[in-house]
Design a protein around this ligand. Structure first.
Ligand SMILES: Cc1ncc(COP(=O)(O)OP(=O)(O)O)c(N)n1
Ligand SMILES: Cc1nc(C(=O)O)sc1CCOP(=O)(O)O
Ligand SMILES: [Mg+2]
Length: 716
């Protein structure tokens, strides 16, 4: 097996301090450390053996365990039942040939190589003697006072390109070196102080892992059945993995004969052959994530479980394919029992409602039941459950990520996309999720970006025209629309780009006679009152649209923000307008009954139609210009860009204009921009395009709205 060396912890008893080596290792492994080296220069062999025994228990197979220098302690600990995977030896330590002989062909043997002579000597060793090299120091470090000269990242690159052996970078390695070292050819980062001296080794390890993952192309393995028609199974998985920027691999559990209208045949190769496929992969390739789909029988399931126990991939997403859409059970009792055991090896499981009901052992009659069942299942298996609401009745199809052990419960509302092309949706979702996680996204972000992509792929499926039945989704809708692999965009970049997109609209608004007249006080009363009445009409409906954004919001914080904004729109703004729309001002309450002008109707139609589409991200993009353009205009009016109205006591609109620069509204605007930019940053490309379009259309309506008093007020 090829070892995953991506985050390599070398222990130091002094740096671990009062927390101790064992607790530090426990926490660091919780955070994603993949290999631990016990390094204690002062312990006796007997003490080292005892420490290995304890570490082996704490690590419990979740990471590899090797010992620094002490071959004899490794052998003694093994004899006493510890899982010690190997040793790391330096140039002046025991011979690697002797270590290989003593520990056997499966052991992991690492050797330090600090310069070209060391690399030359490694080339002279018999193949298979050494599994990896420790190469450093990258920069001077006090952790090893007798360290060799610093190589720097480029010195590391120059040394390691001459070997086919995996090389870990060591010595003064910090988290900000991650990308450059991975690019320079590092198979992993070996750190002592960065983790041993960290206040929170779990959080620090997680941060390292995320950076490491994001810096490379994830190698994602699908263990699933074949669908020759290409919509589901490994064929769908490979497309999903590629669509999310991963390198896809597939080990076949079964061959089906099927198309978009149904399954007509099944062939299950011997489980031993599945194991051969799996070993062929893990003997040569580091597997960053595994997606598990259709497992035909108990033999197949147990084979996968045994392989997982050896390889321990860092990400396992299991789609428990066990209930057909017809409601038929696809696995016999023995296989179902084996699958329940397999669930404990997964990090995320993605059941549909029927599968969730079977796995949680309870009936599910609605979304609340589904959430309760997901919590029960998550607690039972110690993994996250992504419960999918696609099989619910009605237009709402929420999903939720529930992870009881890690305190996660996040709902993702959504409305149904009307399409018959749902073949392979579950396969595609789970393999996309595995890839997103392997790219370093947090579980919640990975689910959000996967869902955004899946909704896009469903929407764009019609164009494929595959088969007469339930056709496949369009895995590459985003890619084809953009002509490149999609990567998340930075929210700040989106904010700047979108603002730039409104430049022409803003310039036109500035030139409108309504704005100019409002600023210098020459605006006649009629167009002003026309504007107020239209604004009141607009705000009443706008508040409803904001309330819809609150309903669709994925987090309580966002839900509260939009609800608060809706309240602000309907109460605050209408109160303000009511104080102007009074008999004193020459109008009566009937002004509120004014008919909406064409510009008002058009703007509201646009907002309502986006709200009706049920896409949260698109909706918040559509409501944003009313915040952003209004705040910008208000700020500039207030700053005197259009004339200093505040100093003119006779200015008829001075009080009105003063309300434009409300700090609370500016703050709300800033929050709205942040929410929209964050949502756009993780949206699939075509979803982001739709958001931008909704935003631009609303911006154009803002212009028309400010222009309307002169387009129609006179005749109103
Ligand atoms: C991963 C890794 N690389 C290099 C070393 C250094 O080993 P060595 O040269 O034997 O020095 P000591 O660690 O024994 O002081 C290492 N330990 N781990
Ligand atoms: C144990 C060790 N070996 C090195 C080598 O270059 O061979 S450098 C080193 C210590 C690295 O510690 P830190 O991550 O705190 O800098
Ligand atoms: Mg040594």
């Amino acid at each position: 097996m090829i070892a995953d060396l991506s985050l390599y912890l070398v222990t130091d008893p002094d740096l671990c301090g009062e927390r101790g080596v064992v607790e530090t290792v426990r926490q660091a492994v919780d955070g994603g450390v993949r290999i631990v080296q016990l390094r204690d220069k002062t312990a006796t062999d007997a003490e080292t053996t005892a420490q290995l025994l304890e570490l082996s228990r704490v690590i419990d197979g979740r990471a590899l365990l090797v010992v620094n220098d002490r071959l004899d302690a490794a052998l003694a600990a093994r004899k006493q039942g510890a899982r010690v995977d190997g040793v790391h030896l330096g140039q002046g330590d025991a011979s690697v040939l002797r270590a290989r002989e003593a520990l056997g062909p499966e052991a992991l043997i690492g050797l330090t190589a600090n310069n070209a002579d060391h690399f030359e000597a490694v080339r002279a060793l018999p193949p298979g003697t050494v599994d990896y090299l420790g190469v450093g120091v990258i920069r001077p470090t006090t952790t090893k006072p007798d360290h060799p000269p610093a190589l720097g990242v480029e010195g590391f690159r120059a040394l390691v390109e001459a070997t086919a052996l995996p090389c870990v970078a060591i010595g003064g390695v910090a988290i900000d070196d991650t990308e450059r070292l991975r690019d320079a050819g590092a198979a992993g980062l070996a750190v002592v102080s960065a983790l041993c001296a960290a206040a929170d080794p779990t959080a620090t390890a997680e941060a390292f892992v995320r950076r490491w993952r994001a810096a490379g192309t994830p190698r994602v393995l699908s263990i699933a059945g074949s669908d020759p028609s290409g919509g589901a199974g490994i064929q769908a998985d490979l497309k999903s993995i590629a669509a999310h920027g991963g390198y896809g691999m597939a080990a076949l559990t079964a061959l089906t004969a099927q198309n978009t209208t149904g399954v007509s045949g099944l062939h299950v190769p011997l489980a031993a052959f599945l194991r051969q496929q799996l070993d062929a992969i893990s003997d040569d390739i580091v597997v960053d994530a595994v997606k598990i789909g259709m497992l035909a029988n108990a033999d197949v399931i147990r084979t996968v479980a045994e392989w997982l126990d050896v390889v321990r991939p860092p990400i396992v997403v299991l789609d428990p394919v066990m209930v057909a859409t017809s409601g038929d059970r696809l696995l016999d009792q023995d296989a179902e029992a084996a699958l329940r055991e397999l669930l404990r090896r997964a990090h995320v499981v993605t059941p549909n409602l029927e599968e969730l009901a079977v796995l949680a052992g309870r009936s599910i009659s609605g979304w609340a039941d589904a959430l309760a069942a997901a919590e029960e299942l998550s607690a039972m298996i110690g993994a996250a459950v992504l419960v999918k609401g696609g099989h619910l009745d009605g237009d709402d199809v929420p999903d939720a990520l529930v992870d009881v052990a890690r305190g996660v419960r996040r709902e993702f509302p959504g409305t149904r996309i009307r399409t018959a092309n749902t073949h392979g949706t579950g396969c595609s979702l789970s393999s996309a999720l595995a890839t997103r996680l392997a790219r370093g996204e947090t579980p919640v972000d990975a689910v959000a970006s996967t869902r955004s992509w899946l909704r896009e792929s469903l929407r764009e499926s019609e164009g494929l025209q595959v088969g007469r039945g339930h056709g496949p989704i369009n895995h590459f809708a985003g890619l084809w629309a953009r002509g490149g692999v999609e990567t998340n965009r930075a929210p700040e970049e989106i904010r700047a780009e979108w603002w730039q997109r409104t430049a022409a609209v803003r310039a036109s608004i500035d030139e409108l006679p309504f704005i100019r007249g409002l600023a210098d006080g020459t605006l006649a009363r009629d167009p002003f009152l026309f504007y107020l009445a239209q604004d009141a009409l607009y705000l009443r409906e706008y508040a409803r649209v904001l309330a819809e954004a609150s309903r669709l919001a994925p987090t309580p914080r966002e839900q509260a923000f939009w609800a608060h904004s809706a309240e602000g729109a309907i109460i605050g703004e209408l109160e303000l307008h009511a104080s102007w729309l009074t008999p004193d001002e020459g109008v009566d309450a009937s002004t509120f009954a004014a008919s909406p002008a064409p510009a008002t109707v058009a703007y509201l139609d646009h907002l309502r139609s986006v709200a009706f589409g049920g896409d949260y991200a698109e909706l918040i993009a559509a409501v944003l210009p009313c915040f952003w353009l209004y705040t910008d205009l208000g700020r500039r009016l207030h700053a005197g860009e259009f004339g200093d109205y505040a100093r003119d006591p006779r200015h008829p609109y001075a009080t009105w204009l003063a309300t434009y620069a409300d700090p609370a509204f500016e703050d709300a605007t800033d929050q709205a921009i942040t929410l929209v930019a964050d949502a756009a940053a993780i949206a699939a490309p075509t979803a982001r395009d739709r958001m931008l379009r909704a935003f631009e259309v609303s911006s154009a309506h803002e212009l028309a709205f400010f222009a309307a008093p002169f387009a129609s007020a006179v005749s109103a």
